[in-house]
Design a binder for this molecule. Structure first.
Ligand SMILES: [Zn+2]
Length: 102
């Protein structure tokens, strides 16, 4: 299941929260819906995230928090690797998405 959002919406705006609440309510009524990441059943008492595509324009749907965070971690690793490669090749500093301050 895919939820679409108007382009240009911020990743974690009010729409995100409203949709998450709506999907969680649906899960309360119908527990065991498949996780957007692993396809395993989800239940209201589990820690769940509203997962989004990397460009932030579309939501995948609910996913287990562990599944979603693992995917986010992989993304960070890719960014860090690219950043290190830039350093090694002496590319001048450029604006780069950073998850933390150095
Ligand atoms: Zn999962």
């Amino acid at each position: 299941m895919t939820q679409s959002a108007p382009t240009g919406t911020r990743k974690y705006g009010g729409a995100h929260k409203a949709l998450r609440r709506r999907l969680l309510a649906a899960l309360e009524r119908e527990p065991g819906q498949p996780c957007a990441r692993c396809g395993g059943p989800m239940y209201p008492w589990q820690l769940l995230d509203l997962d989004h595509y990397e460009d932030g324009s579309t939501w995948r749907g609910l996913a287990h928090r562990s599944c979603n965070r693992r995917a986010g971690q992989q993304q960070t690793t890719v960014i860090n690797r690219a950043r290190n490669a830039w350093r090694r090749h002496g590319t001048p500093a450029a604006p780069w998405p950073s998850a933390r301050r150095w």
